[in-house]
Design a protein around this ligand. Sequence first.
Ligand SMILES: NC(=O)c1ccc[n+]([C@@H]2O[C@H](COP(=O)([O-])OP(=O)(O)OC[C@H]3O[C@@H](n4cnc5c(N)ncnc54)[C@H](OP(=O)(O)O)[C@@H]3O)[C@@H](O)[C@H]2O)c1
Length: 284
Amino acid sequence: MSTTGTPQTVLITGTSSGIGLAAAVRAAQAGRQVVATMRDTAKAGPLRRAAAEAGVEDLVQVKRLDVVDAGSIAACLEEVLTEYGRLDAVVNNAGAGRVGTIEQGTVEDVRSTMEVNFFGVVQVTRAAMPHLRAARGRLITVTSVGGVIGQPFNEAYCAAKFAVEGFMESLAPVAATVGVAVTVVEPGAVASEFVDTIGVDVPAMLSAAGPYAPALRTYIERTVASFAQAQTPAEAAAPIIEALTAEKPAFRVQTSDWARDFTGRKLSDLDGSAVQAMTAAWVG
Ligand SMILES: NC(=O)c1ccc[n+]([C@@H]2O[C@H](COP(=O)([O-])OP(=O)(O)OC[C@H]3O[C@@H](n4cnc5c(N)ncnc54)[C@H](OP(=O)(O)O)[C@@H]3O)[C@@H](O)[C@H]2O)c1
């Protein structure tokens, strides 16, 4: 609750499924007025049902926002300010993966991965900053362990998540001077719609992979096995709510012990050899 007695307002992107949906319900349970955005509001059924089951449907308002459409971002923010008069926090959660060989894909594929995962975050952040400044609020962005350690066959996705990490790490001290706390949240494997959405046709991909096929097969087998231990979206959303509600949120948080151990390898690997040895073992 704010000092004026009205609930704090948090806007979350990509709430039709997965981590964003779970974060929307949990933020409402934490007493926030949630503006749950999605690019296609016809997909709001699962969120509305989860909010109703949790008894917080009155605190979850669905609005359209496509992170690659600047007009939809501006229109959504204008509505939020008109209806609630304030925006206390933004959770940049929307994202989409891409797996494949850099030779199979096109430069356009790389650009569209950057559009959603990086420029989408930039557009939402730029538009929201004046309002977050006014509220001395929070800016929370879901990146990935893939934003710290580059992962084989995920070149475009990891490049986008690295870009987001660099952007937010640079912005954090600047935003702090105007009262806005910046946090990046790094999940490992999460059992959401994420893998389905990548739309990988494994046999087709392997047959087109040419000299990379054995490495790609090894990578896919390893990844499928790793998703057997995936977190639930609710588990991955918990650190987002912590960043939203803590008095002094950390800049960087991982969503699991596994993610902490994994990203920790990078920070102690000054010449890059430990990480290269680890990821080389994933493909051979
Ligand atoms: N799942 C994992 O293993 C994992 C691991 C590390 C990081 N992450 C990150 O966690 C975040 C959430 O992913 P998730 O696992 O919850 O996957 P998810 O269930 O596929 O959710 C992704 C959400 O992003 C939305 N989205 C995609 N493009 C969008 C756009 N242009 N504008 C607005 N929304 C858009 C999707 O909407 P539609 O329903 O319309 O497609 C969906 O609501 C992403 O940033 C992802 O990179 C996930």
